[in-house]
Design a protein around this ligand. Sequence first.
Ligand code: SAM
Length: 194
Amino acid sequence: MDWTEYFDAQTGRAPRSVLLRTLEMRGDTAPGTALDLGCGEGTETRHLLHAGWRVHAFDADPSSEARVRAGLDPAGAERLTFRAARFEDLTALPAADLVYAGFSLPFCDPNLFPGLWTGVLGALKPGAWFAGELYGPHDDWAGRADMNFHDRGQVGALLAGLDVVDVIEDDRPGQSAFGPRHWHVFHVIARVPA
Ligand SMILES: C[S@@+](CC[C@H](N)C(=O)[O-])C[C@H]1O[C@@H](n2cnc3c(N)ncnc32)[C@H](O)[C@@H]1O
């Protein structure tokens, strides 16, 4: 997919609420290391950097890095590593206190998603948080061979072993950067038992 139009449309928006709620729930816990998987134009990565996190940002789109780095101060830039890579090609992920994946994991090849998810779970330190989205079978894009979709039961199975804080299901018509569409999205916040 060409993400240029999407990145343009996202530039300047507020950080996504699933991330803000997760940070709020962490309370006063000191910032640590975060992964932003499929970071796009970087709103959430920059928010985390500004809050003092060290961030490993990943995205397959080669234009992402320049957008993510735009406007960072030297201290923030020093705490950022960016890797242009497809989820399908990731091997070990760095250990993290937070893995954030906003509207991105569904774009992994369904045959390789189980390996990616195993990597996500393996990256989470004891007490670490996962926040992000998975897509359900009623989504407009369901059936695309290059994307993965999970129903509520399957989402529950993916989160087995984690303390599930929130799984908010959106199954409704709405808008996207590309026009009207039916969304079937699970907004997930979960935590590894400490
Ligand atoms: C819908 S956008 C979400 C971007 C950002 N997280 C946000 O919430 O705006 C999906 C992102 O995943 C990236 N992406 C798509 N397929 C990917 C893949 N197979 N591996 C890694 N990144 C991928 C795209 O480049 C894009 O930045």
